[in-house]
Design a protein around this ligand. Structure first.
Ligand code: G16
Ligand code: MG
Length: 220
């Protein structure tokens, strides 16, 4: 068995990925930039400031924005996002995830969060999942966001577990790249078009079964 599972939050444990999309789309519309679902794939797993940079580059390629302007825009997006997540409760846990967390516990596999979000701990609390987690990596714990491996390596070293004994679960291309660079077994949730680099891929969390995942991990 692996010794630790490191879970991404948005798009794996709960579908806040959709709320991030809606909040960015609203902000972008206000400054006349179009953000569609296709472009949004490039924002998944990317931290707040890096996401804003990608959006501004799309709309105003080459134009320089002051840090004050950027912070104001990012803060506005976060306000929209916070409104959207107000009503999150345990019914928003994606299918199969709590079962997977329980199987981890039964087999004494450590559990960590590897999220790029500043709002990660608040969301885990709303979902009533905090007590499952042995360690939480959020935006405050890392210097370099995904696709850099730091999010996942920080979790593994805090748990005292070698990367080779870790499984990382992600819905974003940047996140799979981050897990692979960390030297861990990568599990992708989503479609092969975006997540071709994953060691193990399922369409959605309902198809993420502990036994199947372990069978594939053992053959790696
Ligand atoms: C998430 C989302 C990203 C978001 C980032 C920062 O990461 O996937 O779209 O930009 O967090 O979130 P916040 O603005 O709340 O700090 P993850 O790693 O949980 O998928
Ligand atoms: Mg994600």
């Amino acid at each position: 068995y692996p010794k630790a599972f490191i879970y991404d939050l948005d798009g794996v444990i709960t579908d806040t990925a959709e709320f991030h999309f809606l909040a960015w789309q609203k902000l972008a519309e206000e400054i006349n930039i179009s953000v569609d679902r296709q472009f949004n794939e490039q924002l998944k797993g990317i931290n707040r400031m890096d996401s804003l940079d990608r959006i501004l580059e799309r709309g105003f390629s080459g134009r320089i924005f002051s840090n004050t302007e950027k912070v104001a825009l990012a803060t506005r997006k976060n306000e929209y996002y916070l409104k959207l997540i107000e009503s999150i409760d345990p019914s928003h846990i994606l299918p199969g995830i709590e079962t997977l967390l329980q199987k981890n516990k039964e087999r004494h596999i450590k559990i960590a969060l590897g999220s790029a979000s500043n709002n990660a701990s608040a969301i885990l609390d709303k979902l009533e999942l905090t007590s499952y987690f042995d360690y939480i990596v959020d935006a405050s714990k890392v210097k370099k966001g995904k696709p850099d491996p730091e999010t996942f390596t920080t979790a593994a070293s805090a748990l005292g577990i070698a990367p080779d004994d870790c499984v990382g679960i992600e819905d974003a291309a940047a996140g799979i790249e981050s897990i692979n660079k960390a030297g861990m077994f990568s599990v992708g949730i989503g479609n092969a078009q975006h997540l071709a680099a994953a060691d193990y891929l399922v369409e959605d969390t309902a198809k993420l079964l502990f036994e199947d995942l372990i069978a594939c991990y053992s053959k790696r």
